[in-house]
Design a protein around this ligand. Structure first.
Ligand code: CDP
Ligand code: CDP
Length: 205
């Protein structure tokens, strides 16, 4: 039996952390769909044509530190505005969502476009300032040279591009439960997410 948890929200809102915790709690598979766009963005930075890169993408083994760099995030949000790039990535995401045993997908358009029929939907938000602080701390821990003002500017620019594009803009689905993590610990945010999913009928697989 399949059960899909769709999680959307802006950069560094905590959706990845919540998704991983939900996947562990319910014993579901997890797909960070941002990695698909980051992989295409990385190919763009290497000079490849993004639509061809999206069509050729092999989703296995995507996780890598290089994909987490700010320049890749910016390139990802640029290629993510190209309808043909988005179209090339739909089938893989939908098949993942419907796998037996349950799935958690996080991104920008999971509850609205990829899985409008998802059993449970969350929209994770936080203030731009706290999101920039969190992302800055992560980049510092990885030894990436940057400063808080630059990270905040990146976060705001990416939010605007993601919310303003014509195809699959970032927005909450009407039936999504909103979780504002600005003043929440990770534990408190995860507890709210687990409760919301259980209320929609989610049970550990
Ligand atoms: O996936 P997304 O970009 O939305 O964010 P994330 O990678 O889950 O979270 C960004 C950073 O914020 C991570 O270092 C988390 O540990 C941290 N975080 C936090 O401090 N408090 C929360 N309630 C959620 C995340
Ligand atoms: O971790 P963070 O929230 O900073 O970014 P991400 O989830 O890895 O996504 C990187 C970029 O990919 C976003 O800024 C979006 O432009 C794009 N994206 C998208 O358009 N649709 C998705 N389902 C996931 C990501």
């Amino acid at each position: 039996m399949s059960f899909t948890i769709a999680i959307d929200g802006p950069a560094a809102s905590g959706k990845g952390t919540i998704s991983r915790a939900l996947a562990a709690h319910f014993r579901f598979a997890h797909l960070d769909t941002g990695l698909l766009y980051r992989a295409v963005g990385a190919r763009l930075l290497e000079g490849e044509e993004p639509i061809a890169a999206a069509r050729a993408l092999q989703a296995g083994g995507l996780e890598s530190d290089a994909l987490r760099l700010p320049a890749v995030a910016e390139a990802a949000s640029k290629v993510a505005a190209i309808p043909e790039v988005r179209a090339a990535l739909v089938d893989f995401q939908r098949a993942f969502a419907r796998r037996a045993g349950g799935a958690v997908l996080d991104g920008r358009d999971i509850g609205t476009v990829i899985c409008p029929e998802a059993e449970a939907k969350l929209f994770v938000t936080a203030s731009p300032e706290i999101r920039a602080e969190r992302r800055f701390a992560e980049l510092q821990a990885k030894g990436v040279e940057t400063d808080l003002a630059a990270v905040l500017a990146d976060v705001r620019a990416r939010d605007e591009r993601d919310m303003g594009r014509a195809d699959a803009p970032l927005r909450a689905a009407e039936d999504a439960v909103e979780i504002d993590t600005t003043a929440l610990s990770i534990e408190a945010a995860v507890a709210r997410a687990v409760a919301a999913v259980e209320q929609r009928g989610g049970r550990a697989g």
